[in-house]
Design a protein around this ligand. Structure first.
Ligand code: PLP
Length: 390
């Protein structure tokens, strides 16, 4: 095969995937090879404005120079050691995470689902109870424990029975429903402060505060899953700040490592695993920690929280002014934006991609826009122009 011929490369990649990879993803006909800021490029060299960003991962932009440099330097120093030993970079990141979360202690893992699993284990251990309350429309991951608090039946049904058969799903943004559902055996309520996969659903103001009060009254733990909403996505470090509510445990992943895989939980002072109660071979590895520290540094230096708020408001306003009569609602916080259409939006995703814009469709009819926080106004204008035509 001529590796210089982009079409041959494209065909080869698609062919190998079809033959060798479990076909779990409904992939689009696109082979990506490069990224920079809010842009990605396919093997043909075609440019796309990326409003998917690895699904809310590339908050500091693709291949941020400081993240790339940090990974390169760390890779030459120390790539992996066991958690049986200390490393300076892990201690530094722990301090930085405590500073941005305002929590007491962290535990490092490798992905969002793994963070949710850790949060569930911790909640069970601390409370001595085993049941969970989660929201309709929730998405907390695909591993078997996280799946048991994930709402969509299609994700859960083939893998029944769930590990936690004691999950009660209640309507999102309905605090009374949580009050009714709490039993003597409820370990924790787990919620996304804004639901991502469920359709970019923003709860009523006051909802999370009321849930906190109910949890306090009943001695129930509150877990916020900030895997998607974290690290500036909604305009603050974490969405909990905007609600003015502190959870007992929070999960993080996605954008934490600036594109490098990492997950973590943070728990408030007094809540913690003790020796031997949890572990992850790769959790808090030097490469991931270096990437995360560089990414947190970039968010601060480049004022990306403010930028998320400013660009998000600009984007939402532009989307609301689109000349279309098939939009049910445009909603969002920071640069976590949903455009609900009155029909399934797969065709719009295809049209946008063919015209150089990557967007994602979730919950059948919601276009989810979660671009890098470094996206420019010109790029937003171009995206809206394409979505208007789509
Ligand atoms: N929690 C939330 C809120 C998510 O959005 C996701 C992924 O989309 C997860 C958990 C699972 O994360 P991962 O895919 O890294 O396991």
């Amino acid at each position: 095969m001529d590796q210089k011929d982009p079409q041959a490369k494209y065909n080869s990649v698609i062919g190998k995937d079809a033959k060798y990879v479990m076909q779990t993803y409904g992939r689009q006909p696109l082979v990506l090879s490069k990224g920079k800021g809010a842009l990605v490029y396919d093997v043909h060299g075609k440019e796309y404005i990326d409003c998917v960003a690895g699904i809310a991962v590339n908050n500091v932009g693709h291949c941020h120079p400081k993240v790339v440099q940090a990974i390169r330097e760390q890779a030459g120093e120390l790539m992996h050691v066991s958690n049986l030993y200390y490393t300076e970079i892990q201690a530094e990141l722990a301090e930085a995470l405590i500073s941005v979360t305002g929590m007491g202690r962290v535990f490092f893992c490798n992905s969002g689902a793994e963070a949710v699993e850790a949060a569930m284990k911790l909640a069970r251990m601390v409370s001595g109870k085993s049941a969970f309350i989660a929201a309709e429309g929730s998405f907390h991951g695909r591993t078997i424990g996280a799946l048991s608090v994930t709402y969509k039946n299609a994700y859960r049904a083939p893998f029944e029975p769930p590990v936690s058969s004691q999950t009660t799903f209640v309507p999102y943004s309905d605090a009374d429903a949580i009050r009714q559902a709490i039993s003597d055996n409820t370990a924790a309520v787990i919620l996304e402060p804004v639901q991502g996969e469920g359709g970019v659903n923003i709860p009523d103001p006051g909802y999370l505060k009321e849930v906190r009060e109910i949890c306090d009254e009943t001695g129930t733990l509150l877990i916020f899953d900030e895997v998607q909403t974290g690290f500036g996505r909604t305009g603050t470090w974490f969405c909990k700040e905007q609600a003015g509510v502190e959870p007992d445990i929070m999960s993080m992943a996605k954008a934490i490592g600036g594109g490098f895989p990492m997950g973590a939980i943070a728990a408030r002072e007094g809540i913690s695993f003790e020796r031997g109660q949890h572990a992850a071979t790769f959790g808090g590895g030097p490469l991931a920690c270096a990437a995360a520290l560089a990414s947190i540094g970039a968010i601060k230096e480049e004022k990306l929280l403010e930028r998320s708020r400013e660009m998000g408001a600009y984007f939402i306003e532009k989307l609301r002014n689109m000349d279309r009569d098939d939009v049910v609602e445009v909603r969002g916080k920071g640069l976590m934006i949903g455009v609900e259409m009155n029909y399934k939006c797969g065709d719009i995703v295809d049209f946008a991609r063919e015209h150089g814009v990557l967007v994602n469709c979730t919950s059948d009819s919601v276009l989810r826009l979660v671009p890098p926080l470094v996206i420019t106004k010109e790029q937003i204008d171009a995206v809206v122009g394409i979505l208007e035509q789509a």
